[in-house]
Design a protein around this ligand. Structure first.
Ligand code: ZN
Length: 130
């Protein structure tokens, strides 16, 4: 079950933004973050990244074709010390989260792949919003 209330509460607690707690937050709420980002793309809250990306064709963990599912995560595999292109089910089971240095969420909109979340943070990433 998705816990958007828990994600919101965790984001409101600034102590979760430091490196250690951030990693735990990204892992704990990876399903919520992935589905939220896809939903935000569908309702056009987040835009596309037009930079070409070298994209995956299959999930490195289960060999399923990621293009059919239109989503994959290029991210750290828990307890393996490696990165992999993962389909959503493999990511939910073995991924470490979505965020810079942890994993990037890619979405195929029918025209091409785009990075929806987890890419390099821009200058606004450190801005405080109160
Ligand atoms: Zn997979």
């Amino acid at each position: 079950m998705l816990d958007y209330d828990g994600l919101g509460a965790a984001l409101a607690d600034k102590s979760n933004l430091a490196d250690g707690p951030r990693g735990k937050l990204l892992d704990t709420f990876k399903h919520e973050i992935a589905t939220l980002m896809i939903g935000l793309r569908r309702i056009q809250v987040v835009g596309r990244n037009d930079r070409p990306v070298d994209t995956a064709k299959i999930c490195d963990l289960c060999d399923c074709p990621v293009e059919e599912a239109r989503v994959y995560i290029d991210g750290k595999v828990k307890r393996a010390g490696v990165w992999a292109n993962m389909c959503l089910p493999c990511f939910l089971e073995r991924g470490s989260g979505i965020g810079w240095g942890v994993g990037q969420l890619y979405w195929h909109d029918g025209l091409g792949w785009q990075c929806l979340a987890g890419g390099p943070p821009g200058p606004a990433a450190d801005d405080e919003i109160d």
